[in-house]
Write a protein that binds this ligand. Structure first.
Ligand SMILES: [Zn+2]
Length: 195
């Protein structure tokens, strides 16, 4: 039988109120939020969650024992980039969502796929190998010799994870997404702005 534990909500006495400095997941403002409500296990009395109120937008923010803020930020990390083709924009958005949800392996894989789509959008033939798409972008001047080392890092990372199932790190995912962000700005945003 399912063991249902009763959790209770209670208003906290003023002297027991806890405070937490965080970036509000709803309004993105860095705030000092105060919690005067907590949720505890009715059997053991153990505190499970504190409910904070954002002083800027008044939305409820929950923090559990592990310190994780619930919900995660409703704002996507990294820059919004205008003038993207619809399909590319969708993938870039997916990449950013994966990052904010700690799905770092997916970030790297979507970023790699995007590099191929961008190259194809710029005239590369279809069915090339990943490295050939990169060569195409470099030969056409879309990526500089300077950032070639960066792309090669993304390439080897992706290859590594295809062959051995290992956890991708946040730093690696950041490397991939920052590269793709700069590529998209160079290829789509800057030429439109110069018009
Ligand atoms: Zn807020």
């Amino acid at each position: 039988m399912l063991d249902i534990k009763e959790w209770k909500w209670e208003k906290v006495r003023p002297k027991d109120k806890s405070e937490h400095t965080l970036s509000c997941p709803y309004c993105n403002v860095k705030v000092r939020a105060v919690s005067d409500i907590r949720i505890f296990d009715a059997d053991t009395g153990a505190i499970k969650y504190h409910i904070y109120k954002c002083p800027e937008c008044y939305m409820p923010i929950t923090i559990g024992l592990d310190g994780r803020v619930i919900p995660t930020s409703q704002f996507l990390p990294f820059e919004d980039i205008p003038y993207l083709p619809a399909r590319i924009e969708k993938m870039y958005c997916e990449c950013r969502k994966c990052f904010s949800n700690d799905c770092f392996y997916s970030v790297i894989m979507v970023a790699r796929t995007m590099i191929m789509h961008v190259a194809a959008d710029l005239g590369a033939a279809s069915n090339l190998r990943f490295i050939e798409y990169i060569n195409y972008l470099e030969n056409q001047g879309y990526i500089s010799r300077h950032s070639r080392t960066w792309v090669d890092k993304i390439r080897t990372l992706g290859n590594q994870y295809i062959h051995e199932l290992d956890e991708a790190t946040k730093q690696e995912a950041e490397l991939a997404i920052v590269f793709i962000m700069h590529l998209l700005i160079d290829v789509y945003k800057l030429p439109e702005m110069a018009k």
